[in-house]
Every structure is written in C-alpha cells, then in structure tokens.
Ligand binder design. Structure first.
Ligand code: SF4
Ligand code: FES
Length: 248
C-alpha cells in the first residue's frame, strides 16, 4: 500500500506546530498502525530527519499510552480497540491519513503526537485506591462474598486503561467517563466502602482543578472508548457524589 500521512509535528510545548505531509510506500495490510509509523520513522532517521514522537508501550491494548487521533477519531476508525491494535487493512491503497495528538487543555502536547496525561495520575492519586493493612494478617479478598452482578460491573469498570480517548472525543474535554470508571470499580465492592466518601469528593475536586470540562451527556466518550466503559458509570459517580456531599 502507498499512503500519504498528514502528521502533526510540534517540537515542544511552546512550538506552534503544524501538519506535515509524509508519503509512505510498501506498507503491508497486516502491519499494525504503529508498525506503519515505525517504517516512516526508520526512513526519517536514515535521511537524518527527526522521527515522529508518539507514545506506545505494550502494543496489545493494555497500557493505554498509544493516544493517537486518526482521521478525526480517537484510536482511529475501528471501535473498541486501541491505536496499537488497529491494522493497516482498515485503510485502502492511496489513502490520506491524518494523525494528530489528543486535544485538551488538561493534556498539553509535549512533542508531536505525545501529550502529558499526568493529570490522570493526579486524579488517581487523589482517591483511586483502597488502604489495606499489609502487615501479614490481611483478610483474603475471596473471604468476602460479592454479588455476581456487582463483581462483573466492578470488573468492567476496572478495565479502563486510562488512555484518555474519552477526553479527546468529548466536545468539552470532560474526564467524567475515566473518573467514573475509577470511582465505580471501588464503589461496587465492599472493600471500597471505607473510603468511598472521601474518594469521590477528592477525585472530582482534582478533576475540576486539572481543567477538564463538564459532562453534557453527549455520549461520544462511550462510543470511542476502546474498552467499552459504559455511561452507567457516570450516573453511578453522580449518585456517589451527591450522597458524599450530604455526608461530607
Ligand atoms: S474510560 Fe475508556 S476512553 Fe476513557 S480513559 Fe478509560 S479506557 Fe480510555
Ligand atoms: S501501546 Fe499499550 S494500549 Fe496501545
């Protein structure tokens, strides 16, 4: 396949940035999208040019770092997969492909296609955990019975990989789907009840301080989420927040 790539290049956070055209040829439909970028970068390095900076780690849909906006969609044209799981067979010979970074005030561009998502880390640090005494007499988690329905919903919420596609797809750059998944995975389990009030209040406070926008129930986040995180989690977080506000 021969393709034209239109890629956002930005030297650093202060650079204005621009779209640059790159022709690539000899791309196999069986290559992953990131392997196709590897081919381009190898060519750029051999020509003495700066390779395109993009985030990646696991390349198997687990780590959430491959944050690419491809042809106007977070993680590209396929649904419920990350950019690293996207294959070039999703495109046609002769296609032009636009590749841009996530766009959100709370995710500033570091370089080219890499954005700073440490705002998500700070939200997690504000309450996305449980405190357990690990001195040696910790109760086995399996000793606490949990309803199957709640266990399944908590597990589904816990599959959020923190990629930020929900923020990038939202017209308000809202982080509600991400934060609600992190709140829900604990809110549905007995182990999460001890710190439930502080958790939701602190995580929402941090979310607001980081500059994410408000949720207006458009639902683009759910459509573009590679893990299929449900809007149901946002409703749950709103209920948790309301209850915590009365208590707090
Ligand atoms: S909710 Fe979905 S889109 Fe948002 S960070 Fe989690 S996995 Fe990514
Ligand atoms: S590189 Fe880890 S999810 Fe894509």
């Amino acid at each position: 396949m021969n393709l034209t790539l239109k890629i956002w290049r930005q030297k650093d956070a202060n650079d204005k940035g621009k779209i640059v055209d790159y022709p690539v040829s000899g791309i196999s439909p069986d290559m992953s999208f990131l392997e196709m970028l590897d081919v381009l970068n190898q060519e750029l390095i051999e020509k003495g040019e700066s390779p395109v900076a993009f985030d990646h780690d696991c390349r198997e849909g687990i780590c959430g770092t491959c944050s690419l906006y491809i042809n106007g969609r977070a993680h590209g044209p396929a649904t419920k997969i990350t950019a690293c799981q996207l294959h070039m067979r999703s495109f046609k010979d002769g296609d032009t492909i636009y590749i841009e970074p996530w766009r959100a005030k709370a995710f500033p561009v570091i370089k080219d296609l890499i954005v700073d998502r440490t705002s998500f880390d700070r939200i997690q640090q504000a309450g996305g955990f449980i405190s357990v005494n690990t001195s040696g007499n910790t109760q086995d988690a399996n000793a606490i019975p949990i309803e199957k329905e709640n266990a399944d919903k908590a597990f589904d919420a816990a599959t959020c990989i923190g990629c930020g596609a929900c923020v990038a797809s939202c017209k308000n750059s809202s982080a509600m789907l991400f934060v609600s998944a992190k709140v829900s995975q604990f809110a549905l389990l007995p182990q999460g009840q001890v710190e439930a009030t502080d958790r939701v209040l602190n995580m929402v406070k941090q979310m607001d301080e980081e500059g994410f926008g408000n949720c207006t129930n458009t639902g683009a986040c759910e459509v573009e989420c590679p893990k299929g995180i449900s809007l149901e989690n946002i409703a749950r977080m709103n209920r948790e927040y309301l209850a915590a506000s009365f208590k707090g």
